[in-house]
Design a protein around this ligand. Structure first.
Ligand code: MG
Length: 390
């Protein structure tokens, strides 16, 4: 078998949302189709992915380096031993040829997105949902039927006050979610504390509310928020510092007993290793939030998990960033702590299958072969158009 074409297109997000650091008005996302010569039901098997949430489209790197490297490689060098399916490990190695160490985000998002689309092919050819393929390969065959899922929301929006924030949370609880994360750091501390107290009145306990500072604090504000938030013992306090400021993070952790979450803005196994070695994090409570499609993809993520295990971390401590169908399969397949959801935001890129239902804070894992974007009508229309254009 061989890959016959790889297509990319950039789609604007058209969002009015804002966190503590930036707004999403210019945000775009790369959608990728990997098309093969394997035919199922009369059609070539194509795998799809997009570059998750919060990093701009990266088609230039894909078109100039990664897609040509894959298409120039000998087809037999990219497939499994039986020759009947793609081998994403080999495709990752092929894309990494002639790449200088370091500078991860310049390529990790582009490579990871193509890599995840290759896994969609792998699962479709195997006739299994991706989470099952991953469970068999990376979690001793432990196939789950549902995973915990929390809502990432509580953004700052024009005209949104405490009542609107509470309405937002109530609507999510009505949909079956139990745990909510809201943004902090986009307002003065007393105002944000009022938002936290308003949110706590709606959720059932402090263990069901997390806050996200989006890496926007300097030392004084990070420690100020740590002191102000500590008494509430929230589910977690996310990204109180610059993603690479491990020394400051260690200071915050020393001043803040409740769980801290971070890692969505680290893109390599080495950076995550530095985080757990030097960031003062505690493996018994803290949360790591790598975004897998943005971090070289699934094969590299399995190496990150091996590294974390050597440092005493359990898979239950991982709550990957990105409320989407790719992350849902990854959480279920590897047996991680839980996944994020952004119901109703980020347009066609938000959420899961159109008929997905949340029950008591848990999402059922899809049974359709592959990642199952086919069950997300608006997004799949873009993907289908890409593969048809090949
Ligand atoms: Mg975050």
């Amino acid at each position: 078998m061989r890959i016959v074409a790889i297509k990319e297109t950039a789609i604007p997000l058209k969002s009015t949302l804002r966190n503590a650091v930036f707004d999403f008005s210019e945000m775009t996302t790369s959608v990728v189709a990997v098309i093969t010569d394997v035919v199922r039901d009369g059609k070539p098997v194509a795998g799809f992915a997009f570059n998750s949430t919060g990093r701009y489209a990266c088609g230039a790197q894909m078109r100039e380096r990664f897609i040509p490297r894959i298409l120039k490689a000998k087809p037999e060098s990219l497939v499994n031993a039986a020759g009947d399916n793609l081998d994403p490990e080999k495709i990752l190695a092929c894309m990494m040829q002639r790449e200088k160490p370091g500078g991860h985000t310049e390529r990790s998002v582009a490579i990871g997105t193509i890599e995840v689309a290759c896994w969609d092919v792998v699962a479709k050819i195997a006739g299994k949902p991706l989470h099952r393929v991953l469970a068999e390969r990376y979690n001793s065959g432990k196939v789950l039927d549902k995973v915990a899922c929390y809502v990432g929301g509580g953004w700052y929006e024009p005209g949104k006050g405490l009542t609107e924030l509470q309405d937002e949370i109530r609507a999510k609880l009505d949909q079956g979610y139990t745990t909510m994360k809201i943004k902090v750091g986009g307002a003065p501390i007393p105002e944000d504390i009022a938002r936290v107290e308003a949110a706590l009145k709606v959720v059932s306990s402090s263990a069901n509310l997390a806050v996200d500072a989006n890496a926007g604090f300097d030392r004084e504000r990070a420690l100020g928020y740590a002191r102000a938030l500590a008494p509430y013992e929230l589910r977690w306090f996310e990204e109180p510092t610059d993603p690479l400021d491990y020394a400051l993070l260690a200071e915050v952790a020393a001043a803040y007993d409740a769980p801290i979450g971070t890692g969505e803005n680290l893109f390599s196994t080495q950076d995550v290793q530095n985080l757990v070695r030097f960031g003062g994090l505690r493996a018994d409570r803290d949360i790591i939030q790598i975004d897998v499609p943005q971090s070289y993809g699934i094969a590299q993520f399995s190496r990150t998990l091996d590294m974390l295990k050597r440092h005493g971390w359990r898979r239950a401590s991982l709550f990957p960033h990105g409320g989407n169908q790719m992350t849902l399969h990854i959480v279920g397949g590897f047996g991680l702590g839980g996944c994020e959801a952004y119901p109703g935001v980020f347009g066609i890129f938000a959420g899961f299958a159109d008929d997905a239902r949340v029950d008591n804070g848990h999402l059922r894992l899809p049974e359709r072969p592959g990642i199952g974007f086919e069950a997300q009508n608006a997004l799949y229309a873009v993907m289908r158009g890409l593969s048809a254009a090949a």
